[in-house]
Design a protein. Structure first.
Length: 329
């Protein structure tokens, strides 16, 4: 396949919450960004989002020359991707829409540009079905909000070239993201599946009357959630094994954990349970708006990332920047 072009210009297709957050991240990292969305108020909403999110994103990784002024907008999708080096697609999660849109992006963008989808559940094998150049298409699924949370799940389709996966992994890493490579496709990718498995048990515990909504949130965020922000479960079990490490944990503690799996529950998600959760969340929110809570979340995440960067050389930090990425993905 033809080598991918160096990334200097990024096209954002779809400027909802995820697309706007991606646009903020790329702008903070010093790229020229052209965004497109058919909604009549899309440009105004996008520029407002970038303005509101700029300080939080900049505190993590602002590079010299970065500016919100490097954002342009057009309602013409073909024009937006015509000179893009990388396209980040963020359209609604509808398979038929994704297939049609990717075929159009593939036709309108330079053949040596990478086309990445932020799809949270649809596989690239399905999305790339009508593309003439499917080898340069790939899933680059972020965790919300992309301008704050580093994780990106990268997985190709059956017709994606291995070089595309390698190049997009390198590119994301160069711009301060934490890409992980999924070796095979599956619905929902990985992080959302892990999140769903945890939430299923949380909802079960609420339904069984073990905890109320606020306490179930605290059980996660003030307990294992704090540790998961530092290390993943395998490495934490290595520590849990003491001097014997992971081998001791597997030999002595894992059998007990495996036997407990059969006790995990699946809730019956009734209208009453939904009402209980809604009422509990609103009580926990304590009259704070969604925007206020999101701003608090983002400020705390930015501070946590700064702390982690000081302790983990592999974490994104303000010292990382995009020039390497601009010389080639």
């Amino acid at each position: 396949m033809k080598a991918h072009r160096p990334v200097q210009r990024v096209a954002i297709v779809g400027t909802g919450t995820i697309g706007a957050s991606w646009a903020t991240h790329y702008l903070v990292r010093g790229f020229d960004v052209t965004a497109t969305d058919p909604a009549p108020t899309a440009e105004t909403a996008l520029r407002s989002y970038v303005e509101a999110a700029w300080d939080a994103a900049a505190s993590i990784g602002l590079v010299p020359g970065a500016s919100p002024e490097r954002l342009s907008f057009t309602a013409d999708m073909r024009q937006a991707v015509a000179d893009a080096d990388l396209v980040q697609e963020n359209a609604p999660e509808r398979p038929e829409l994704k297939v049609k849109l990717f075929a159009e992006i593939d036709d309108a963008s330079p053949p040596d540009a990478i086309i990445a989808s932020s799809s949270s559940g649809i596989t690239m094998s399905a999305i790339q079905g009508e593309c003439r150049h499917p080898e340069r298409t790939v899933i680059g699924h972020p965790f919300n909000p992309p301008h704050i949370v580093p994780l990106v799940e990268v997985v190709g389709g059956t017709r994606t070239a291995p070089e595309t996966v390698q190049d997009v992994m390198s590119f994301y890493a160069a711009i301060g993201k934490k890409p992980i490579h999924l070796k095979k496709e599956l619905p929902g990718h990985v992080a959302n599946r892990i999140q769903a498995a945890l939430y299923r048990e949380v909802v079960y515990l609420v339904q069984e009357g073990v905890l109320d909504v606020a306490d179930s949130d605290d059980a996660v965020s003030w307990g294992p959630g704090l540790r998961w922000g530092v290390m993943g479960p395998h490495l934490l079990w290595h520590l849990g094994g003491g001097e014997g490490g992971i081998q001791h944990f597997m030999d002595t503690l894992m059998p007990r954990m495996v036997s407990s799996w059969q006790d995990l529950g699946t809730p019956d998600f009734t209208p009453e349970l939904q009402e209980t959760i809604v009422a509990g969340v609103l009580k926990e929110a304590d009259s704070h708006s969604v925007d206020e809570l999101a701003a608090r979340r983002d400020a705390m995440l930015s501070a946590l990332l700064a702390v982690r960067a000081r302790h983990d050389a592999s974490a994104p930090s303000s010292a990382q920047r995009a020039p390497e990425a601009k010389e080639g993905p």
